[in-house]
Ligand binder design. Structure first.
Ligand SMILES: [Zn+2]
Ligand SMILES: [Zn+2]
Length: 291
């Protein structure tokens, strides 16, 4: 598992890489621009080239991009739809430019429109964005289920992948906080295994490309997206350890997004905490196997 964190790109990609190295991350997630603005920004070509060289040498083994929060591929509004598609395509193009392992996207919100039509609009948007970009994977993130958001269940995520044409570039990013909030218990190794059994049978293991590992301030089924530092929320130390040691997550980037133990941005202490919780989780599993 590649334990990592979301890092700021203030100053550019090379700076973002340095932040990842400084906190001891194996993987990083970045925004390709301000996530609350439509205006597309572009990294400089020399920054991209220098970043790719750094990535080739390690120690960061994986980078993913988080798409702009404003994107709503389910929207019926022609202006929002056009902006969403342009933004998503731009994120995917940036993903290709920096060699990202994926662009993580919130599937969208019906904003009260009929559910099936909203799902179909997302599917069309995914298909179009993939057709007009090169090879960067597009990873749908499961949501906490707040309001009219789409993507709160494996069934719905599988439907969206199908409506997007079932393209092999379509995958999943599972967030532990969102899973708990949307009603999937991930607080013990057995519970995580049950959730993964469902994920594998409904969506498929090969679709799962990335994890967000966040604790949750709010309880199981609360449908609220309130992250907590690892081990400090409703998932707790044991639950985070169980999540981080699930065998079917091996090899995936596991991104902690914050807030961290020492403030807002993820820091070295959070990466250390994640590694410690994972080690505890692995030990607990080994103990159970020995009986
Ligand atoms: Zn997200
Ligand atoms: Zn969240």
């Amino acid at each position: 598992m590649l334990i990592g964190a979301h890092v700021s790109t203030a100053g550019g990609l090379v700076e973002a890489h340095a932040r990842g190295v400084e906190i001891g991350a194996d993987a990083i997630q970045v925004f390709n621009q301000s996530p609350r603005m439509w205006k597309p920004t572009r990294w400089r070509d020399d920054d991209i080239a220098a970043f790719r060289e750094l990535m080739a040498d390690g120690p960061i083994a994986s980078v993913v991009i988080h798409a702009v929060y404003l994107v709503n591929c389910a929207s019926k509004d022609p202006e929002i739809r056009a902006k969403s598609l342009a933004s998503l395509k731009h994120s995917l193009a940036m993903g290709d430019a920096i060699g990202a392992d994926g662009v993580v996207l919130h599937p969208g919100s019906t904003v009260g429109e009929p559910h099936e039509e909203a799902l179909a609009r997302v599917g069309d948007a995914l298909g179009e964005a993939l057709a007009e970009t090169d090879s960067c994977p597009l990873l749908l993130e499961d949501t906490a289920g707040a309001g009219k958001t789409l993507g709160r269940s494996f069934d719905e995520l599988a439907r969206l992948i199908e409506l997007g044409g079932g393209h092999e570039r379509l995958g999943l990013c599972l967030d532990s906080c969102h899973l708990l909030a949307s009603g999937y218990d991930v607080r013990t190794a057995d519970a995580v295994a049950t959730v993964m059994d469902e994920c594998v049978s409904v969506v498929g293991r090969e679709r799962l490309r990335c994890l967000h590992v966040n604790d949750s301030q709010t309880p199981l089924g609360s449908n609220r997206d309130r992250h907590a530092p690892l081990g400090e929320g409703e998932i707790g130390a044991r639950g985070c350890g169980a999540f981080l040691s699930e065998p079917r997550f091996e090899g995936l980037p596991a991104i902690f997004e914050g807030p961290g133990l020492e403030g807002k941005a993820p820091a070295a202490a959070d990466i250390e905490r994640a590694r410690k919780l994972r080690a505890n989780g692995l030990r607990a599993r080994a103990r159970r196997r020995r009986g």
